[in-house]
Write a protein that binds this ligand. Structure first.
Ligand code: KG4
Ligand code: ZN
Length: 357
């Protein structure tokens, strides 16, 4: 089955085309025929995403990315054999942005006479991390056993989800305020770094670890809710603590790199500690980490080694697929297409708060 995946839930426009076959738990495999992402740099100077600006950029980018698909010739003709279904993100995310992708998908579906599969963005992040991408253009389901936990860490979400089987989700914890990625972006702004802040903070922190890891930092940021009984998170207080610190002393004397490093350590400690506790409580054999923050090298490496020590396994996609893309939507869409979960284009609508369960 050939599936076109369309992603426009935030500030990345993504379209991918895959050819997939088999059932998920037995003989599933896919080829990536194309995967194009256009990251909007128009938000860099504002330190966050402006929904209407993002929507306009999606409208501009979608036809350009489609042109790059190996089926671009069908856009104006009508070769219905080239595509079997269109998968599109309908939530969660910014509604003006979601609508742009949905309307684009509807137009193509009508033109090509193909069905549409609505996809949950967070499920897209989960499934792509469950894949063994042997090379960037060939993949299959990774080997692991349920129960598993999903740790979703993105610009809008921080969630721990229990999965007893494929496609079955149960929330066990979520952030009570800011998401982990949002905290990275806000603290980056305080440090005078551009949006998105995650990769910038990570770069400074890595440099700090290489150069003056041993030297005392002279300050400590909190590890919010780390020792509380629940699996919920809270990152707004961490940002406020960083802000207070920056106001109390010139940034130069604190050291931008040291602060970036301490912040990254704090987020890592909280995510890893809570995930490990959940792994033990639920007997999880694997942790599937997904979302933009899962591109973070430090978090990956600490979580992976801690999980290894308790005989659990970290499943995470190559970092270039951690941030939003159409490939994850195409893969998730395939599993729903297998179950005939298509939707009438007339009733398809955006759901900015769509929960997995
Ligand atoms: O999943 P994603 O692309 O979009 C949403 O669904 O929100 O995640 C974007 C978030 C941003 O907050 C960005 O700063 C963060 O992922 N991010 C990172 C890294 N790369 C992206 N955070 C920490 N370290 C990184 N290397
Ligand atoms: Zn995302």
């Amino acid at each position: 089955m050939r599936i076109l995946g369309i992603e426009t839930s935030a500030d990345d426009t993504g379209i991918a085309l895959i050819e997939a076959e088999g059932a998920y738990c037995t003989d599933f495999s896919f080829k990536v025929l194309a995967n194009e992402v256009s990251s909007q740099n128009v938000h860099a100077e504002y330190g966050g995403i402006y929904p209407n600006l993002a929507k306009r950029e999606h409208a501009k980018n979608l036809p350009l990315l489609l042109e790059k698909m190996p089926i671009s010739h069908v856009y104006n003709s009508c070769d219905i054999h080239a595509i079997d279904a269109i998968a599109v993100t309908v939530g969660p995310g910014l509604e003006p942005c979601l609508w742009e992708g949905i309307e684009f998908a509807k137009k193509l579906a009508v033109q090509w006479h193909v069905p549409i599969v609505p996809v949950n963005h967070m499920e897209g992040h989960i499934v792509i991390s469950m894949m063994d991408l042997r090379n960037p253009s060939l993949g299959e389901l990774a080997t692991f056993e349920f129960p598993a936990l999903a740790l979703l860490v993105s610009g809008g979400h921080t969630e721990l989800i229990l999965m007893k089987s494929f496609g079955q989700y149960e929330y066990i914890g979520r952030t009570r305020d800011d998401a982990a990625g949002e905290a990275f972006d806000k603290v980056a702004r305080l440090l005078g770094l551009p949006y998105p802040g995650g990769p910038e903070i990570s770069r400074l922190a890595e440099h700090a670890r290489k150069t003056h890891e041993a030297s005392p930092r002279g300050f400590k940021l909190p590890r919010p809710m780390m020792h509380e009984n629940s699996y919920d998170f809270s990152f707004a207080g961490l940002k406020t603590a960083a802000e207070r610190l920056i106001k109390s002393k010139p940034l130069q004397s604190l050291g931008r790199e040291k602060l970036a490093c301490e912040f990254e350590d704090s987020v890592t400690d909280v995510l890893v500690y809570k995930t490990l506790r959940a792994v033990e409580e639920y007997g999880a054999n694997a942790v599937v980490m997904g979302g933009g923050v899962s591109a973070n090298k430090h978090i990956r490496s600490v979580l992976s080694s801690k999980l290894e020590a308790v005989s659990s396994k970290l499943l995470v996609c190559p970092p270039q697929f951690s941030t939003d893309n159409g490939l994850m939507i195409a893969i998730a869409g395939y599993f729903h297409a297998l179950k005939n979960e298509f939707e009438d284009p007339k009733s398809l609508s955006a759901n900015g708060n769509w929960k997995l369960c």
